[in-house]
Design a protein around this ligand. Structure first.
Ligand SMILES: [Zn+2]
Length: 136
């Protein structure tokens, strides 16, 4: 299987390597939205979040939090976004599950083009909530 993240994990070959243990690695994104934009990646290859085994989440998300706090402190950021693009429609481009930690600064306009949608009515909102609840 040809996977750029599996290659990085196998060789630990990345100038921006931040952390690695048997289950999790973390390194800088080579196309940062802000400097210090960091990726947290499970060592085991999973295509995306849909495939992530729940039993591996506790350790993984503990590391996401620890690394996010380190990124925030190191960059002097005012906050951060944690984002996991899942599927092509959601702008996922590397199909090995990864979380983005993006340090944010007041007024940095990283996501300036967001357009929020609106529910047409409370009924429509309730109907969306009900549909989602049925799949829990
Ligand atoms: Zn991989």
């Amino acid at each position: 299987m040809n996977c750029i993240f599996c290659d990085i994990i196998k060789n630990e070959d990345h100038d921006g390597m931040i952390y690695s243990d048997p289950e999790v690695v973390s390194f800088l994104d080579i196309r940062p939205l802000n400097l210090g934009h960091t990726l947290v990646v499970p060592v085991e290859h999973h295509t995306d979040f849909r495939e992530m085994p729940p039993e591996s989440m506790q350790h993984f998300f503990a590391k996401v939090q620890q690394i996010a706090l380190a990124v925030e402190k190191a960059t002097g950021a005012d906050g951060f976004n944690i984002i996991c693009n899942t599927g092509e429609a959601a702008s996922q481009t590397i199909f090995h599950l990864h979380y983005h930690i993006i340090p944010r600064f007041r007024g940095d306009n990283v996501f300036r083009r967001l357009e929020f949608k609106q529910y047409n009515s409370e009924t429509e909102m309730r109907s969306f909530a009900e549909k989602i609840k049925k799949h829990l």
